[in-house]
Design a protein around this ligand. Structure first.
Ligand code: GDP
Ligand code: MG
Length: 475
């Protein structure tokens, strides 16, 4: 006799119940607003061809035998016959389209007006304005993209440097999805076998479908693979966001000057008066294929004013979430100028500043102590400092992670980490307490639910809402 609970767990996860329907047709401008050569209006849904035909005519989009992926020139008109634009009409028929539905793109003249009028005419012809990320959401619901691939689309759009873009492209091509699915597959198979075993329980309790040793082997392999994937988490964040570098040091140590010198621009205010910098100023530095986010901070000292104290609190906050802290002190200053204490677990590079003011013996001594000797005036040591930054973050490793498409988000990391924790608990249940198949199956189903949320094999309306909130209209 098949058990109720087991039968429910064995049901496919991707039931899509209560999901938004995709039987209407949506329209949005897919390109950024502003003056440009072109603007693209995108239609998707079962009525896309009909709506588009109302604007472009049956010559451009015949009622029979529309050729997919073939653009035609057309005059676009509204319902009254008023000409809206001359442009291209590009039909992409289901399922070979971005959303998996019939899609039509109008390539209009750029600027706000043509595309807006074309969109309006599409609405008059029966299309509904698309919500944020709705095209990509449909692509996911129609199985064209996994959820992590959909997220990679947003990452690609938001990427600020080549490494982040490369990582997003690889994730979009299925880098992360493949590796997560490779972990899931044996676990899904194990679950099926465990539940298969449960069916016999009533008649023959001895017929255990999976011997314990085999079960442990599968769990151990999954644990190892998850650990490997999670080991990329830190590098993943650095690839996506850039490496956070915080400059700390006493007032007048030369932080703002070094910040500007590294960026080769006068970004932060520099003055001989201590306490000039109060807010944290951030700017990007691209070096060696890695993107660094430099943070200039208020000087740390014990006797600043109230606003300065707030600035110092921000400096400490920034340092707490930094990847690298540059601890600055003047080369010619007497000892004890390292007032800043860097938080644990952060790479700290000690930097001596204003080398041009100190005599050569002093520089030598500082180098021997392992400090990087620099001068913002004249540029001494800046190349060495950039090289040290690159070495500190292991740029090679960041490139590896980008190439694997493993630049996953906090959302993915949380699910993977939860799955690993639950897997370890399941392993203990089986190894130490000889958990019965039914208990193991229950725990395993929970683990697979966690893992499934990475790729969207398991999803809820809430999860989709959370993911697609990051998208803009037209994507
Ligand atoms: N000679 C020399 N003066 C510097 C150098 N870097 C900074 N200064 C001076 O030191 C003072 C404080 O610099 P600033 O960058 O504002 O220090 P911060 O308070 O740590 O941000 C300013 O008068 C700068 O011109 C340097 O490399 N050489
Ligand atoms: Mg400053």
């Amino acid at each position: 006799m098949r058990k109720q609970g087991a039968a429910r767990r064995a049901a496919p996860f991707h039931d899509g119940l209560g999901m938004s329907t995709t039987n209407d047709t949506i329209v949005a401008i897919a390109t950024a607003t502003g003056e440009a050569g072109l603007a693209i209006v995108r239609l998707s849904g079962p009525g896309a061809l009909d709506v588009a035909r109302r604007l472009a005519g049956a010559r451009a989009l015949p009622r029979e035998g529309v050729r997919s992926h073939l653009a035609r020139a057309a005059t676009l008109r509204d319902a009254t016959g008023e000409v809206l634009d001359h442009g291209l009409v590009l039909p992409m028929l289901a399922p070979r389209s971005y959303t998996g539905e019939d899609v039509v793109e109008f390539h209009c003249h750029g600027g706000a007006l043509c595309a807006r009028r074309v969109t309006g005419a599409c609405r008059d012809a029966g299309a509904r304005p698309a919500g944020p990320g709705e095209f990509t959401r449909r692509a996911f619901l129609n199985g064209r993209l996994s959820l992590d691939q959909a997220e990679a689309v947003a990452d690609l759009i938001h990427a600020e440097d080549e490494l982040a873009a490369r990582a997003a492209l690889r994730q979009l091509r299925g880098g992360l999805r493949r590796d997560v699915e490779a972990i899931e597959r044996p676990l899904l198979d194990l679950l099926a076998r465990l539940e298969g075993g449960l069916e016999f329980e009533g008649d023959d309790a001895a017929a255990v479908a999976v011997p314990r040793a085999g079960l442990l082997a599968v769990l151990d392999a999954a644990l190892a693979a998850l650990a490997l994937l999670l080991a990329d988490a830190d590098a993943a964040r650095r690839v996506r966001e850039g490496v956070h570098v915080v400059l700390l040091g006493a007032p007048n140590a030369g932080k703002s000057s070094l910040f500007n010198a590294l960026l080769s621009q006068e970004r932060a205010l520099v003055d001989a008066e201590p306490g000039t910098t109060r807010d944290v100023v951030a700017a990007r530095l691209h070096h060696g294929g890695v993107s660094f986010v430099l943070h200039d901070t208020a000087g740390l000292r014990s006797d600043g004013g109230r606003v300065e104290a707030l600035g110092m609190a921000r400096a400490r906050e920034a340092a707490a979430s930094a990847d690298v802290v540059l601890l600055l002190s003047e080369l010619s200053a007497t000892s004890g100028s390292d007032v800043a204490d860097a938080p644990a677990g952060v790479v700290v590079l000690k930097v001596a500043t204003k080398a041009d003011l100190a005599d050569p013996s002093r520089r030598e001594a500082a180098r021997r102590e392992g400090r990087l000797v620099t001068s913002a005036h004249g540029g001494t040591g800046l190349d060495e400092l950039r090289a040290a930054l690159l070495a500190a973050v292991d740029g090679e490793r960041l490139r590896e992670v980008a190439d694997l498409g493993h630049a996953f988000h906090e959302r993915h990391r949380h699910r993977l980490a939860a799955a690993r924790e639950e897997l370890a608990a399941l392993r203990d249940e089986v190894a130490l307490r000889a958990a019965p198949a039914e208990v193991a199956a229950g725990l395993l189903a929970g683990i697979l639910a966690e893992l499934g949320e990475v790729t969207g094999r398991v999803f809820s309306e809430n999860l989709l809402g959370e993911v697609f909130a990051r998208f803009c209209v037209g994507k």
